[in-house]
Design a protein around this ligand. Structure first.
Ligand SMILES: *Cc1c(COP(=O)(O)O)cnc(C)c1O
Length: 336
């Protein structure tokens, strides 16, 4: 048995999810005639209290579209240095939107209202215009750390007072919500736009949803087409999304429990120097400085355990729908 812990994107659709996909009613979504896509977009929008949603191929696409709608060329995006939008989207902020970036150093990828206030550029022709703040929740590179809603609400106030939009890269937002028990509706009120991945913890094969006002989503739909992301009978995928929203959110707590147990196991190993607090489904640990993460991941591979390198001495595990108690028991045995 291979133990897959590289990412929560490796999950395969469950048999019931596949059935929901096969029986989906579909149409041409570029013509806005795919009933199932509309249903998913409306369902997600309602959940977060937004007017509209846009189903896309990936979280990179939903983030990049959102940035493109929020900023103009030469504007500045304020975000944490660990942000996915900066590190893992192929330089898309520059390439797609010709915007500049103001990188801040947060606490495991989380920014404070004060940090953002201090970072805003003065209204002076020398500077770019600080136009957008983008937060990530949970923070991938921060080991799955999450925000408290009250901290986000303070950030929202700073954005409002300074004429900046606030976007959330919520690739793993549901992982945060099952921990804090906060309401999606409150999240919707705090952000101008939210991107949510259904292909991570929720286990659908492909897809993310961008949320915002009707006008924002109208513009986003135009940008999606320009980026080549208009698609046709996407309802087969949207059906998986609807199924996942109904059935795969509450179970995320199991992923978190198993991640904590992995953290406990790793803490007993002499080669592990430090483990980030395991807050959700991500376990990041730092190896002894004599051990390179590439070599360590290779050794894990030989034991049938797949992990991702996350820096010279950093390794990441991510738990997910297809990582069961049986896998955890086997993991424990192989790490002894
Ligand atoms: C996975 C991820 C995304 C989106 O990635 P895609 O592979 O493009 O779907 C965005 N933000 C974060 C924090 C992620 O972990």
């Amino acid at each position: 048995m291979t133990i897959e812990l590289r990412s929560d994107t490796f999950t395969k659709p469950t048999p019931v999810m596949l059935e929901a996909m096969f029986s989906a009613e579909v149409g041409d979504d570029v013509f806005e005639e795919d009933f199932t896509v509309k249903k998913l977009e409306d369902k997600t929008a309602q959940m977060f209290g937004y007017e509209a949603g846009l189903f896309c191929t990936s979280g990179t696409m939903t983030n990049q579209i959102a940035i493109n709608v929020h900023v103009r060329q030469g504007d500045e995006v304020i975000c944490d240095a660990l942000s996915h939008i900066y590190l893992y989207e192929g330089g898309g902020i520059a390439a797609n939107s010709q915007a500049s970036v103001n990188l801040l150093q947060g606490n495991r990828g989380r920014l404070t209202a004060q940090q953002i206030t201090d970072a805003i550029q003065p209204d002076n022709l020398h500077h770019p215009i600080s136009r957008l703040v983008s937060l990530e929740n949970t923070v991938n590179k921060g080991g799955g750390a999450y925000y408290q809603l009250s901290d986000i609400q303070e950030i929202k106030k700073v954005c409002q007072d300074n004429n900046m939009a606030l976007h959330l890269d919520g690739a793993r937002l549901f992982n945060a919500l099952v921990e804090t028990q906060e309401s999606p509706l409150e999240y919707g009120k705090a952000f101008d736009s939210i991107s949510i991945c259904l292909s991570k913890g929720l286990g659908i094969p492909v897809g993310s949803v961008l949320l915002g006002t009707k006008e924002f989503i109208k513009q986003a739909r135009r940008v999606r087409k320009r980026f080549g992301g208009g698609w046709r009978q996407a309802g087969y995928l949207a059906a998986a999304g609807i199924y996942a929203l109904d059935n795969h959110i509450d179970r995320l707590v199991e992923d978190h429990q198993r991640a904590r147990e992995i953290g406990n196991i790793m803490a007993t190993l002499p080669e592990v120097e430090e483990i980030y607090a395991v807050d959700t489904n991500i376990v990041i640990f730092r190896l002894n400085h004599k051990i390179l993460s590439n070599d360590y991941v290779q050794q894990l591979n030989e034991k049938g355990i797949k992990a991702a390198t996350f820096g010279k001495h950093l390794v990441r595990f991510v738990t997910h729908l297809d990582f069961t108690d049986e896998h955890l028991a086997e993991f424990s045995k192989r790490m002894k």
